[in-house]
Every structure is written in C-alpha cells, then in structure tokens.
Design a protein around this ligand. Structure first.
Ligand code: SAH
Length: 263
C-alpha cells in the first residue's frame, strides 16, 4: 500500500529534522522538496535510486499531480516541507486531492522556524508573569486574514507574537503594534534564515528602529519577526522564577519541601 508522507524538514539546518522524518527519507522511493525554503541537504539520507525533485517552479496542481503519479508507482513518497507542515504549508490543499484518489497520507511534524528563531537567539517565548501565550500569525498583505485576526487586534494581548511571511510588511507590523499600544522601546527580534549554517542573521531592535536595522542588513525574505515582552530576559536582573522548579511547589513528580517538612 503506497503512502504519501508530508514531512517537516525543520527550519534549515538538516540536522533539525526528526528521526522519524530522516528514517522515512532513507526508505523513500520519491521525494519532492520545497526548494525555495528547504535545503537540498535535507535529502542527503535518500537512497541512490530515490527520485529527488525540487518543487520550486511547480504550481500546486503540478505538485499534486506529481505526488499522485509517484504514489501510483511507488510505496513511499515524501513531500518535504519547511518547518512544520501544519503552518502556512498548504497542507490541506495537497491532502484533499490525495484523499479523493484514495491515497494514504501521513504527516510528520517538524521544528518550526518560530521555535528555531527563539532557540538561535536564546529566548523563551513564555516567561512567568510576563506572558504565558504565544500567537503564531502573519500580518495581512496580499493574503487576507479573517475578521478578528488583524495584528492590531491580536497585539492587544501583549503576548508573544511570532510573525511569519511578514518581513516585507514591517512598516505595517510597526503601525499595528503602535495601534495596539506597544511602546517605542518594545523589543523586537528578527531572525533571518534561522539555523541555516553560515547564513543565519539575528537582528535585535525596538519598535522604533527594527526596520532601519533590517534595511541595513538587507533582510527582505525568509525572516521571522518575534515581538514579545519576554525578549532579552537573559539579561534581566530580576526574574520571576517558574513554579515548576520552585521548592515550595508540588507536582506529579516532586513533593514540595514545605509539604514534606510540615507533614
Ligand atoms: N511551515 C514553516 C513556515 C512556512 S511559511 C514553519 O513552520 O516554519 C514561510 C515563512 O516562514 C517565511 O516567510 C518566514 O517568515 C518563515 N521562515 C521559514 N524558514 C525560516 C527560517 N529558517 N528562519 C526564519 N524564518 C523562516
């Protein structure tokens, strides 16, 4: 029985694919990788006889036709996607025609660029008493966002915002954050090509100057924007500690010291 696997390749560094994804690549008969964002190096575990094709110039219809044709002739077919396939990956548009053709489908999650960007910059997207929420979104450009999801509205929560597909719309991002009450000195992080060996760039700025800094560094694509009150916490002198490791806090795996001493 043949199966088409949508595999998250991770954000760029080929070592950031999951073990499951790598094992599937090592057994695949045909791999279609999204060459605009996935490094060819991600296919380095493929067998010599495996057909490896870049989908860069292909339309969605051509991609689907390719996957169906390969699935009709082979057992293991892989669509290798950037980051996690469930985020801005046109996953369902590809799955529906496969379902219609009664082709089995599987999805292997991947490390999203949002997580890789935070990791690169040694940032935590959540911080006790600062923010406990992460919003993964994009600013409205040519692709509309549904009502209630404008950045100006979402930013009112003052939670961590990870903005995909928005680097060319940085001016709009700034305006929306201002509308939502973010201060000029709010920290903003931009990571270009997070985890790509020798290409990654980290730009730290504020609402007031991040656009200038990105312009100077000529960043105009493949970048993650993170706006968060938790940014820079590594250098804070006072930090609320997580309850998880607090000696007075019991949980499933550890009884609190106070409970023990009073019982
Ligand atoms: N599924 C992907 C997102 C695809 S949309 C994921 O989970 O990461 C493409 C957008 O993702 C880009 O416009 C950019 O905002 C972001 N992106 C992808 N790879 C990136 C990387 N290595 N570094 C920074 N941003 C990246």
């Amino acid at each position: 029985m043949s199966k088409v696997w949508f595999v998250g390749a991770g954000p760029g560094d080929p070592d950031l694919i999951t073990v499951k994804g790598r094992d599937l690549i090592a057994h695949a008969d045909a791999i279609l990788y999204a060459g605009s964002l996935v490094s060819k190096a991600a296919t380095r575990w493929a067998l010599a006889g495996c057909e490896v094709v870049d989908s860069k110039g292909m339309t969605l219809e051509e991609i689907v036709t390719w996957l169906i044709e390969k699935a009709n002739n082979h057992e293991t077919v892989i669509r290798l996607q950037t980051g996690d396939p469930g985020l801005y990956g046109a996953l369902i548009e590809m799955v529906q025609p496969l379902d219609a053709n009664h082709i089995e489908v599987g999805v292997v999650p991947g490390v999203s660029s949002a997580m890789a960007s935070a990791a690169t910059a040694v940032e935590s997207l959540t911080l006790p008493e600062i923010t406990q929420t992460v919003i993964l979104t994009r600013v409205e450009g040519r692709t509309p966002v549904p009502p209630g999801e404008s950045l100006a509205e979402l930013a009112r929560h003052h939670a961590t915002l990870c903005l995909f597909l928005s680097i060319t719309l940085l001016q709009k991002v700034e305006n929306d954050l201002r509308t939502a009450g973010w201060k000029e000195d709010s920290p903003i992080l931009v990571v270009y090509k997070a985890s790509w060996p020798d290409e990654e760039k980290v730009i730290r700025g504020t609402l007031a100057d991040i656009r200038d800094k990105c312009r100077q560094e000529k960043i105009s694509s493949q970048a993650m924007i993170i706006a968060s009150p938790a940014l820079g916490a590594r250098n804070w002198s006072s930090l609320k500690k997580s309850k998880l490791y607090d000696a007075s806090f019991s949980h499933r795996f550890r009884r609190s010291i106070t409970t023990e001493s009073t019982s």
